[in-house]
Design a protein around this ligand. Structure first.
Ligand code: CUA
Length: 216
């Protein structure tokens, strides 16, 4: 005597087609999906090492006071003016340039040239700040104790803002810095001898252009 075909039990195998070999088309699609998974899996480490999102340049530790001293020295060497009490600095091509974040400002204002290479050092004097180059979407964490050296070539002239995008206290919303990129044909601003505002006119410049402060 045998159990009827319709009986459902653990002993009698259920009706179905699931044990039949997969169709050729199904095998093909599974192979393609698996192959693509492997490609994406390999891309993860590859992109981590080679991806365009990686910041270029050097990173290292630095004492906040030491970074402040380097920034002050950088300002002393290349200051060309002042913008709302913040020194304006025009560094030469290829220079190491410094931008320090502190509660609640960025120092100095940088006047850079389009198409020229610089190494931009970013760090903080006190707490975490966020470097956000507005209106471009370029973001970095600015961490005290760490020097973030980015090799940059400004590729677009303009008057940019550095907006702090990491909450850093009561004045966070006022923490806006400035980076001006002028094209390669723009005249260099005359350098200041020191931070007291005394201009040193370049050879052939009129006293009027030598005295101008601010950035254009
Ligand atoms: Cu600095 Cu928010």
């Amino acid at each position: 005597m045998s159990a009827p075909e319709t009986l459902h039990s653990a002993i009698v195998a259920p009706q179905g087609v699931w044990w039949k070999p997969a169709h050729r088309a199904e095998k093909l699609w599974i192979s393609i999906a698996f192959g693509w998974c492997m490609v994406l899996f390999a891309m993860m480490p590859l992109w981590h090492l080679k991806g365009g999102q990686n910041p270029s340049g050097v990173r290292g530790r630095v004492e906040p006071a030491a970074f402040m001293a380097r920034t002050q020295e950088f300002i002393r060497q290349y200051q060309v003016g002042e913008d709302h009490g913040i020194p304006v600095v025009e560094p030469p091509a290829g220079a190491d340039i410094y931008l320090i974040g502190m509660m609640w400002r960025w120092m100095p204002v940088l006047r850079l040239r389009q198409g020229v290479h610089y190494t931009l050092h970013l760090s903080s004097f006190d707490v975490n700040h966020g470097f956000n180059l507005y209106p471009l979407n370029i973001n970095f964490q600015i961490v005290p104790g760490y020097d973030y050296g980015l090799r940059i070539v400004p590729n677009q002239a303009g008057d940019y803002r550095v907006v702090c995008n990491e909450f850093c206290g009561i004045g966070h919303h006022t923490m806006v810095g400035r980076i001006v990129v002028v094209d390669s044909t723009a005249a260099a601003l005359p350098r200041l001898a020191d931070s007291t505002g005394t201009a040193v006119p370049p050879a052939g410049a009129s006293p009027d252009t030598a005295k101008q402060g601010g950035v254009r």
